[in-house]
Ligand binder design. Sequence first.
Ligand code: MN
Length: 396
Amino acid sequence: MTRWRYASATDTGVVRQANQDAIYVDDSLAIVADGMGGHAAGEVASAMSIDVVSRAFKTNPTLEGLESAIERANFDVLADAKANPSRFGMGTTVIAVALVVEGDQRVATLFHVGDSRAYQIRDGAIRQLSEDHSVAEEWVRMGKITSQEAAVHPKRHQLTRAIGVEDRLNIDVLSLSLQPGDRVLLCSDGLSNEVTDDQIAKTVSGGDNLSEIVRSLVAQANENGGRDNISAVLLEFDEVTASTQPVKKTRTSIAAPAKEGTKKPVTSQRRRRALWSFGWRVYAFIGSGIAVVVGFFAILHWYAYSTYYVGDDNGIVAVFQGSPGGVAMYHPIKVLDTTFPMNELLFGDSLLVQHGIVEPSLEAALNKANYLHNSFLLSHPTTTTTTTTTTVKAKA
Ligand code: MN
């Protein structure tokens, strides 16, 4: 059996007006969600995701069950934003540790989308278990910038993955390798941006009172500025069972989850007959007319914004959402500028970028931009100053 004891805290911080973070913890599930989006929308996205995931896990406490629960949360947040234009663009991170059923055991598994973090603390040492899905951290993993540069990079808050952005969702899933006495901290970036890893390690290792520890973490974040909402869920593992089939994977969902328990509207026989005799042809005609118009615009909107492309933003390589040139009245939206000027691309590539290179996701578009810039750097070793090309030059 795997068992934990826990404590948690969430706080608005010093600067923000509202707390858009949401947390959940019980004997088998712990979640931190950091919501984003204007005027109250972030709260809706984080609270809705936690509600969906925690309830679904009670009925299906398996690895598969929790993956589908997170997908369900993604669809529900997307649907709610579509139905309520004031919440357009809302989203949330989700990081969760669940004791999932494996045979007759329960094993600790991490599920993660976004830039909230999970840390493992053992004997005073700290290890980050999750990778941040942000533009800056993707660049660190590509060797483009250092982690010190990422910590102050303007793109450090730009997420490459979140709940509520698109139908397609990549979820990182990781079996935890634990010993009794290990502590695992889930936190929002309002904590990890204000308190250093060393300080977190020191605080989490200090003493037996978990509630006191999470209160101290929140207090330190506030003392250091408290510029964002701060959330922490701390778990201490008392008993541990290792998974016999440990996983470390990224699950990609593309299809909508099956609708469960859709109730048919109850209509009395008499009423149904009355409607029928009123002229079903008229209803059918009007109904299909409306369906065609609504369907047309829904498909057009989806089609217009379903892809990303790498394009030219006044001499800077940039990533846009939409199709090059736009679709009908839907113009592409610039998501971000990269750090590469257009003249640091191979000639042929720069022509392609000027027309727009279409990719299925923001991550893919970002990878493409990096790939094109790297191709240029490798063929122009003398004109750049990056360390990558210095190495190439030395070898040549
Ligand atoms: Mn935050």
